[in-house]
Design a protein around this ligand. Sequence first.
Ligand SMILES: C[S@@+](CC[C@H](N)C(=O)[O-])C[C@H]1O[C@@H](n2cnc3c(N)ncnc32)[C@H](O)[C@@H]1O
Length: 224
Amino acid sequence: MDRIQAVQALLDKIKGKTYLEIGTDYGNSFFAIHAKRKIAVDPHFKLKLKKKIKGVIVNILNFRKEMFFEVTSDDFFLNNSNLFDKNKLDVALDDGLHTYEQSLKDVLNVLKYLNNAGFIVLHDCNPESESEASHLALQSGGPWCGDVWKTIVHLRSLRSDLRVFVLDCDHGVGVVTRGKPENMLNYTPEDIRLMPYSGLEANRIKLLNLKPENFLEEFIKGVK
Ligand SMILES: C[S@@+](CC[C@H](N)C(=O)[O-])C[C@H]1O[C@@H](n2cnc3c(N)ncnc32)[C@H](O)[C@@H]1O
């Protein structure tokens, strides 16, 4: 199981049409995912498209709309929320800037436009080592999970309207959906901001509501 399979399984379950990807990079996940309307957001695309990407590209070949916005997620939500007036978001992959502050902002923005039955998938929620969670990993070009894990802890502490868990695969694949949480944590945003990586290491399963990767199948069976 990886982030791409998780996104696709969730889209398929709810027969979702609209997919948003925050942080697209080379398009490895974006192009692998099948949905009728796909929207990619990244301030620095590295897509291997021949045409210079500018605003919206409609890929008529496979009757799918693929839209590319070469801006930060903040700018995207500020200027393009009308995209979701008629058709809300079904599934979003939040894989942009891997900081607590920005990943949380992205989740909160997505929630404004997410269908009631929709899902947010967050990548890189379960760093395997302190170096993967550190900003130095970004500079060294290695896997960088940053502190997206803190966004999971935040949602599990402060949002009694959201169900949140993390699959133990692909650096941690978080799933967020509307509904009653299985259980909640009791941290303030300030506690979370100050929480060191050792706090995660000592209590990974509880903090992240960490599940084995095959849990997704069971979870999806329970989705009405
Ligand atoms: C880990 S890569 C995404 C990988 C891609 N989703 C995949 O699975 O192949 C992270 C991307 O986030 C982008 N990014 C950084 N800051 C961003 C922001 N503020 N808004 C949106 N994307 C951002 C980077 O340019 C980079 O391409």
